[in-house]
Design a protein around this ligand. Sequence first.
Ligand SMILES: [Zn+2]
Length: 359
Amino acid sequence: MPGVGQPVMKQLRNNVIRAGLGALYFSGAHHLLRPLLSGVGAIFMLHHVRPAREAAFQPNHHLEVTPQFLRAMLAHLKSRDIDIVSMDEMHQRLVNRNFSRRFACFTFDDGYRDNREHALPVMREYAAPMTLFVASDFAEGTGRLWWTALEMAIAKADAIEVKIGGTPFRLDTSTSSAKQAAFDRLHDWLRSLAEHDLQREVAALCARHGVDQAAICRDLCMSWDELQAFAADPLVTIGGHSITHCNLAHQTEAIAREELTVSRARIEAKLQREVVHLAYPYGDRIAAGAREFALASAAGYKTAVTTRPGMVFRESGHHLTALPRVSLNGNYQDTRILPVLTSGAATAMWNGFRRVDAA
Ligand SMILES: [Zn+2]
């Protein structure tokens, strides 16, 4: 059966990460590792910021943190005398090799409305700058947030019928654990598909289960009008996140280039401000590599962030369009892990103790 091992692997990796973060905290190893691994700063990655929800089935829960957890992280950084800076300021420090003080940036992907409702007020408490990476179709209201659509289809259904590699499957989705297993299976399968196959499969699933993808987009993402007002806040920077939120590495070079340049031009025209920072959609090894890093600089972005885990090191100044980030993952909202995250020990464990991972 194709892909049957992947949910198991995912669970295993999650367990290792969970045990690993706990072990790093309780052993005090993060204190010992800090001088070695903490680098000169960190770029934190967030998606949704909103109050905790009750539902048992929340397969995208890793993409949301509570305002309280965000506040705890900001308080932790302040207590460590770490500067919270904008992406422009970080860029300046890397280019000028100004490493006299450690810094942190806060970045929020996709352009969710809850970033305005729940993140901005907390950022204001700390006068902390934030960067929002906007996929232009999401602001347009036509974007396809297929991972949320998949969640909604499975949440409604008792079973999902789908053809994987030509073989029909009937996946049980009658309980929350069955829903989670089905989600993991379908999510991994969908991410392996070419973009049009992914969109076709998700559209078919949505049609069968009465899920409206455009409504999800309009419900969750800020419109151009809302972004205009949001971007006027002095703490806010708007960056690019492609047009359609596709896997750039799966596209031809011409389409990948267009995703980077047209989205940038569209945001600049709509918001009347320069867009010089980018986040690659998905941003992992299978969505952004050497070709995308070069395309991003050619498109005029001063910096581009991945989702590869890591701290920012002095050497990162030579890889400004391949910057790593530290995920504030909703599945690990335990304030005891905050010093582990800022020590660099957590991301070092994830990326095999590489300082720069830009190939
Ligand atoms: Zn994204």
